[in-house]
Design a binder for this molecule. Sequence first.
Ligand SMILES: *Cc1c(COP(=O)(O)O)cnc(C)c1O
Length: 477
Amino acid sequence: MTVSVSSQLNAARPADLPAIDKLLQHGKTAALVAEYGQTLVTTQLRQLMDELRQKALAGQLTHAELAHEPLLTGLAARLSEVTASKLKTVINLTGTVLHTNLGRALLPDSAVQAVVKVLTQATNLEFDLDTGRRGDRDSLVEDLICELTGAEAATVVNNNAAAVLLMLNALAAQREVIVSRGELVEIGGSFRIPDIMTSAGSTLVEVGTTNRTHYADYERALGERTAMIMKVHCSNYAVVGFTKTTGINELVRLGRERRVPVTVDLGSGTLVDLTQWGLPHEPTVRETLATGVDLVTFSGDKLLGGPQAGFIVGRKSLIDIIKKHPLKRALRTGKLTMAALEAVLSLYLSPERLPERLTTLHLLTRARSDIQAQAGQLQPVLQQALGRDFTVTAEPMLSQIGSGAMPVESLPSFGLVIHYSGTDKAGKQIMQLERRLRCQAEPVIGRIHKNALYLDCRCLTAEQAQRLHTLWSNQGV
Ligand SMILES: *Cc1c(COP(=O)(O)O)cnc(C)c1O
């Protein structure tokens, strides 16, 4: 045997592991059982002992680790971890208001209350209270959507990707759909127009070039197998320079002549003209429908500021076909969505009050001075917490709307910029700091740009700012 005496003395063997029964009788375990229940405590304890056994077999377990105290502290930590929610709230300081990876639109309180109500009580989700018969869940919001957009009819599904898929499958399966090459978009997370076409069983007919598509290109592509002309909003990019797109008005004329529906995937879409609040122009659903297009699809949780949902609005004869399609049943929205959606859509009945009532618009229209005040209050606390190796400054910066709305526009904002001023590599230190903030109990998500960490305060609530203030002054980062 070549095992050294010292390692023999220090290393614990599997036989040294305490019996599970003994540990279950310990007072501290009893407290854990009271909190988490017998089953969970026992399974977690078994797993912990298995791991320790493996460690012992590898000769890496010390006797100190087998004392009851540290062992049961470890058990408590495991229990707290497995029962903690995986879906956590985070503080979005990325500067992107509608951040897809961070859950897009935040809902106003009226929507929250509406959801809470339907969570625990039966509802008339698909029940017509007048006739006592089965109802249609779309009818809960259809009138409201039609009033707000000027559409004849509307249907709601799980998201806009589902809306496009359903529209194509119901109206253009086994047939051709004409799209400009400049509009074959990929939205993050694998929504690509060509792939959706394939999934829907439609044949994509690309016309024009990336930068220029003419009326004649569409005209030439139209044939017996054409089911639809579709325009797609270039959500997350802009084609600039020598460009030409065929206007919706011209396409509507062509579609009428050839009796082919013209549809628009508006992406974000908005129900109100955002320029009235100094925001960049984004086409509204109403003005798009007013051109005479047959159908428009758009998202519920982008600029609209509601829950995840997708809308198909426009000509009633087409919406009727779509509503009867089997995929509509597969892609339908749940009652929580319907409750939140109805509450959010009703806010649009008083458009002048939207900036104070609709969270998304409130965040997009926040005054820079207000954001600046928040950044100014946090700056000294964060500077103190980070110490001399980092410099924290409050500076003007630019926020983004996000989710494909106005990709090239930005909003004047304010926030904290953190540079590393110590002797190590700045890039590495900034990445580590970004990680530390991201791994806080309440994660803070910023963005790194040129070896500096940017914390844009646009989406920071007063409560979150208060919590960060307290945390950073007391415990540091
Ligand atoms: C965002 C977007 C989609 C996808 O919408 P979801 O609601 O995320 O499914 C589709 N098309 C365009 C043009 C978009 O901008």
